[in-house]
Design a protein around this ligand. Structure first.
Ligand SMILES: NC(=O)C1=CN([C@@H]2O[C@H](COP(=O)(O)OP(=O)(O)OC[C@H]3O[C@@H](n4cnc5c(N)ncnc54)[C@H](OP(=O)(O)O)[C@@H]3O)[C@@H](O)[C@H]2O)C=CC1
Ligand SMILES: O=C(O)C1=N[C@H](C(=O)O)C[C@H](O)C1
Length: 254
């Protein structure tokens, strides 16, 4: 994702990339970030050092990297866009605390299509909550074999939003095996598929007796996430401190 953010941001004449950060063990440290991204040099070296004079930071990394990223942004009062998924509860708490000091956009998917589908899923769940015969919700996500966390942050967010519409008794069930017994009406099932180079696909099944609805949203490549994060970064500059999400950035809550 870092490569795609660098590639797309370097093509945007309203932006100047001032730093590209990775950890100390990265073999490309010291190389031009534009070249590492597969494009022309941009005059910025991939570095483990945090640059100065930063207007906004975009983080696509791993949970191991997020603590330092939050600390650096808070110390320098730099607005922060967090796209990394799989954060621990304490890291989420740290991010919430940081948002009391700096503006933060935090979203498991920067994709316009995914965020719009989340709104549709909320609407379906709200409408079918009391449907005769009951409603079964299952979330199937497919991603590339390199993905480190499961289920995806996006699948968990879909589940969280749907559960809010279905009520506080909703349980989150991850996969099924063995003599599970009959499915209850108050659970959301999650299924994480890891195949090849899939850039991300989510299917939300709303099953009823006699019919079903499936919402499917699939990326063709990873640029939807990179361009969404860049849009979020531009939107965040100059905002008051606080925690924002992609619904705010895309105006989907109004
Ligand atoms: N919100 C969204 O729209 C999206 C979110 N994501 C999330 O973004 C994250 C990154 O995804 P992806 O790019 O595929 O993952 P990768 O594993 O390809 O990239 C992670 C990068 O972080 C670097 N890194 C590892 N440890 C540290 C550290 N301590 N400090 C700084 N950098 C570090 C890695 O370096 P090295 O390779 O040398 O280990 C690597 O360059 C994931 O959590 C993913 O789920 C992904 C796509 C969309
Ligand atoms: O790791 C990925 O690739 C992706 N991760 C995010 C997630 O966990 O939801 C977003 C997107 O689906 C791609």
């Amino acid at each position: 994702m870092g490569r795609r953010v660098v590639a797309l941001a370097s093509e945007d004449t309203s932006l100047k990339i001032v730093g590209a950060i990775d950890h100390q063990g990265n073999p490309h440290l010291g190389e031009d970030a534009g070249v590492v991204a597969g494009f022309a040099p941009i005059g910025v070296e991939l570095s483990s050092k945090w640059p100065e004079e930063v207007e906004v930071v975009i983080d696509f990394s791993l949970p191991e990297a997020i603590d330092r990223c939050i600390e650096e942004c808070v110390e320098a009062t730099t607005p922060l866009v967090v796209a990394t998924t799989g954060l621990s509860d304490s890291q989420k708490a740290k991010l919430n605390a940081a948002a009391k000091l700096i503006p933060v956009v935090w979203a498991p998917s920067m994709s316009l299509a995914v965020n719009l589908t989340m709104k549709l899923a909320e609407q379906v769940a709200e409408t079918l909550d009391d449907v005769v015969g009951g409603l079964d919700v299952e979330i199937i996500e497919r991603h590339h074999r390199f993905k480190a966390d499961a289920p995806s942050g996006t699948a968990l967010k879909f589940g969280e939003l749907i559960a809010k519409k279905l009520g506080p008794d909703t349980m989150h069930i991850h996969g099924r095996e063995g003599h599970t017994g009959e499915r209850t009406r108050c659970e959301i099932g999650y299924h994480a598929v890891r195949v090849g180079d899939n850039p991300g696909e989510h299917t939300i099944v709303f099953g009823m007796l006699g019919e079903k609805i499936e919402l499917n949203v699939a990326a063709s490549n990873r640029d939807c996430y990179a361009s969404g994060a860049i849009a979020a970064a531009k939107w965040l500059i100059g905002r008051p401190k606080g925690l924002y999400n992609m619904f705010d950035v895309l105006g989907l809550d109004s």
